[in-house]
Design a protein around this ligand. Sequence first.
Ligand SMILES: C[S@@+](CC[C@H](N)C(=O)[O-])C[C@H]1O[C@@H](n2cnc3c(N)ncnc32)[C@H](O)[C@@H]1O
Length: 274
Amino acid sequence: MNKLSPILKWAGGKRQLLSHIIPLIPETFDTYYEPFVGAGAVLLDLQPSKGVINDTNIELMNMYTIIKNAPKQLIEILEFFEQQHCKEFYYQIRDLDRNEYQFNKLTDLEKAARTIYLNRTCFNGLYRVNKQGFFNTPMGHNSSIQIVNKKGIMGIHHFLNNSDIKILTGDYTICLSTVTEKDFVFLDPPYYPTNYNSFVRYDVKAFDVEAQIQLKEKCDELTKTGVRFIETNSDCEEVRSLYTDYSIIEVDVRRSINAQVDGRRGKELIICNY
Ligand SMILES: C[S@@+](CC[C@H](N)C(=O)[O-])C[C@H]1O[C@@H](n2cnc3c(N)ncnc32)[C@H](O)[C@@H]1O
């Protein structure tokens, strides 16, 4: 099995924590569930034979579907974008979502290319939308950034086609409605908002304190039904006291992306119910 890595930079991406998370995952389970998949660092490292992946981010999940079904056409558009790349082109592509009519005329293929292009070229790879849902990250300064990662796209394409992976878009609770005690769930929600600037807005709807409490209740339900899960979250008193009934491992992280807007730096918690 060739190890795969995310093709996107993603706030809260789990690449750095793989060496802590992967050894904790049970060796056998039926279906792998990742309801907050983001750029999918754990999914791509593990490459389960059967899984359900989900995120509320429509553009992100559309990208996985396009990588699964039309990777070569996606690469062609990205190569065109790479040739055109300049400040003016960046803002032209970024601002397509300001006009709903114009945005809806784009094909899913074009939308997936836009998502990858903006992620690769925007400031710090930060996927951020404002309250109207418009992508509002300015262009980044890295002129040598690789926009087309053919090997990465084709690797993910082969994995998604050789495994039985269901791609869903929506709230994590809907994704978890089919989970059984034979399955394994990896939960990587937006971090607990520890201060006003905490980055919880991947989407129009922020994942606030109320959402964190509901997630803990969902974890209790999973535990009651015998479903094994691992969750990662920020290292703060609020998370520690929410999950007192569970095993908690503290791990060090070095954050390059979002060091300013991320509510926490330095440590993260891995919470486990088995
Ligand atoms: C910390 S990131 C996941 C990072 C991912 N593990 C990685 O390695 O890139 C959290 C993700 O949760 C998604 N999200 C936010 N609210 C959600 C919800 N209610 N249901 C499902 N996904 C949600 C965000 O769009 C974001 O991609």
